[in-house]
Design a protein around this ligand. Structure first.
Ligand code: PLP
Length: 410
C-alpha cells in the first residue's frame, strides 16, 4: 500500500504558508495528545481567550459580583449574545435572536410556536436523513397535535433539493424543517430558494443551522427565513453543552408564542404576577434561568469570527474540503473508500464524509493515535475541518493515519 505521496505534504505546507488565516490557529488551546483534530464540527476547540474568560468569570464575575451579576449583565445576556450572533454569523438584524436551552428544546419551542400561527394547516414537512433529534421532536409534535408528517426521502449522499420541497408542500403545510448543511453528507441546501418555495405554499420555514453556522455564510433576513435554530458548541466553540440559539423573524414575533411558559419569558419578569403574558420581543423565547456560564466562551469565538470575516472563513473552508477530497481520492479511494460528500464546493459545507465498512472498527485506533474524526453509523467517517483551527498539514496527517489503519485492517 502506498503512503500519502510526498507532494501532498509539500502542497499542505504551501497552502498553510499562503493561508491568510493561519495565525488564528495559535489562538486555540493546545491538545498535546492530538496530532489531527478533525471533529471541530462536533465540538469546537476552546479559544485561549475563552479559557481565560471562563476562569475569570468564576472568580471575578460569579465569585465577586454574586447575585448582583444578574442585574448588571446576566439577565440580558441571552439577548445581547443573541444580537452578536445575529450580526456576526446569521445575517440578521438585532432583536430576533436569543440564546438558551439546547437545540432540541428550542426546535420544539420554535416548531410549536410557528405551527400555532398557521391554523387550519395540519402537515409538517421534513426529510428522512435529517438529524435524529429533529425527526424525533417533530414526530412528538405531530402526535401531540394530531398532525401528519410528510417525509421527503432524501439521498444520504446529498440532501434536500428545492424541487423536492416544491413537490411536497401545499395548502395543508404549516411548517417545513430542514438542515442547512446535512450532518451526514455535508450537503449545503439552497436555503434562499427553498425558503421562497415554502412561502409560495403559505407555510413557515424553519432552518436547523447546527452544521453551517460559523463556517458557511448565512443571510436569514435576506432569505426571509421565519425561524432558525442552531448549536453553539460546533463551529462556534462555545464548549460542551453550551446553549443553542433561536431566531424568530421580526415580523412574526408579535403573534409568536412558544409552549414552555416560564417566568423568564414573561413580560415584567420580576413582578411575579398571575398569568402568563409573553414578553415583548425575542425575550419571549426564554423559559427558565439562562445558562450564563455556558455562554461565556462563545463570545471570544464570535470575536475571532468577526475579525477574520465569515467570507474569508468560508474561502478557507472550501480550500480545506477540496484538499481533503483530493487526498481521499488519491490514497483512500483505491482502498475501497467511497466519498459521501458532494464534489461541487458550492454544494458542500465544512465537512467531508467518507464511507468504508472498516471505519467502525478503525475509529478507536485512530483516536488512540491522536487522529480524531468521528464515526457516523452505518459506516461513515466524518472529517470536520473547522476553518480557524485546522491546518492543511493536519489534514495530511489525518488521511495518512486513516490509510494506514485501513491498510492494516483490510
Ligand atoms: C448537533 C445537532 C443537533 C444537536 O442538538 P442538541 O440538542 O444540541 O443535542 C441538532 N440538530 C442538528 C442538525 C445537529 O447537527
Amino acid at each position: 500500500m502506498r503512503p500519502v505521496p510526498q507532494r501532498f505534504s509539500a502542497r499542505a505546507a504551501e497552502l498553510d504558508d499562503a493561508d491568510p488565516l493561519r495565525s488564528y490557529r495559535e489562538l486555540f488551546v493546545d491538545a498535546p495528545s492530538v496530532v489531527s483534530y478533525l471533529d471541530g464540527n462536533s465540538l469546537g476547540r476552546p479559544t485561549r481567550a475563552g479559557a481565560e474568560r471562563v476562569a475569570r468569570f468564576v472568580t471575578e464575575d460569579w465569585g465577586g459580583r454574586l447575585i448582583r451579576g444578574w442585574d448588571e449583565e446576566w439577565f440580558d445576556l441571552p439577548l445581547t449574545i443573541g444580537d452578536d450572533l445575529a450580526r456576526v454569523v446569521l445575517g440578521a438584524g438585532p432583536g430576533q435572536t436569543a440564546v438558551g436551552d439546547s437545540t432540541t428544546v428550542l426546535l420544539y419551542k420554535l416548531a410549536r410556536g410557528g405551527i400555532a400561527t398557521r391554523p387550519g394547516r395540519n402537515e409538517i414537512v421534513l426529510d428522512t436523513d435529517n438529524f435524529p433529534t429533529d425527526r424525533y421532536v417533530l414526530e412528538a409534535i405531530a402526535s401531540e397535535l394530531g398532525m401528519t408528517l410528510r417525509w421527503i426521502e432524501s439521498d444520504p449522499r446529498s440532501g434536500v433539493h428545492a424541487n423536492e420541497v416544491a413537490a411536497t408542500v401545499g395548502e395543508r403545510t404549516a411548517l417545513v424543517v430542514l438542515s442547512h448543511v446535512a450532518y451526514r453528507s455535508g450537503y449545503l441546501a439552497d436555503a434562499a430558494t427553498i425558503t421562497r418555495v415554502v412561502h409560495g405554499a403559505g407555510a413557515l420555514m424553519l432552518w436547523d443551522l447546527c452544521h453551517s453556522v460559523g463556517s458557511v455564510p448565512i443571510e436569514l433576513d435576506d432569505w426571509g427565513v421565519d425561524l432558525a435554530v442552531g448549536c453553539t458548541y460546533k463551529y462556534l466553540n462555545g464548549g460542551p453543552g453550551s446553549p443553542a440559539f433561536a431566531y424568530v423573524r421580526a415580523g412574526l414575533l408579535e403573534e409568536f408564542v412558544q409552549p414552555i411558559w416560564g417566568w423568564m419569558g414573561r413580560e415584567d419578569v420580576f413582578e411575579m404576577a398571575p398569568g402568563y403574558r409573553p414578553a415583548r420581543g425575542i425575550r419571549r423565547i426564554l423559559s427558565g434561568t439562562p445558562a450564563v456560564l455556558g455562554m461565556i466562551a462563545m463570545r471570544e469565538m464570535l470575536e475571532l469570527i468577526e475579525r477574520a470575516g465569515i467570507g474569508a472563513i468560508r474561502e478557507k473552508s472550501v480550500r480545506l474540503t477540496e484538499f481533503a477530497l483530493d487526498l481521499v481520492a488519491e490514497s483512500l479511494v483505491p482502498l475501497g473508500v467511497r466519498v459521501a460528500t458532494p464534489a461541487d464546493a458550492d454544494l458542500r459545507g465544512g465537512h467531508v464524509t467518507i464511507d468504508h465498512p472498516h471505519f467502525r472498527a478503525a475509529t478507536p485506533a485512530l483516536w488512540e493515535r491522536g487522529v480524531i474524526p468521528d464515526f457516523r453509523a452505518p459506516e461513515g467517517l466524518r472529517l470536520g475541518l473547522s476553518p480557524l483551527s485546522t491546518s492543511f498539514a493536519e489534514v495530511v496527517v489525518g488521511v495518512e493515519a486513516i490509510r494506514a489503519e485501513l491498510a492494516a485492517g483490510c
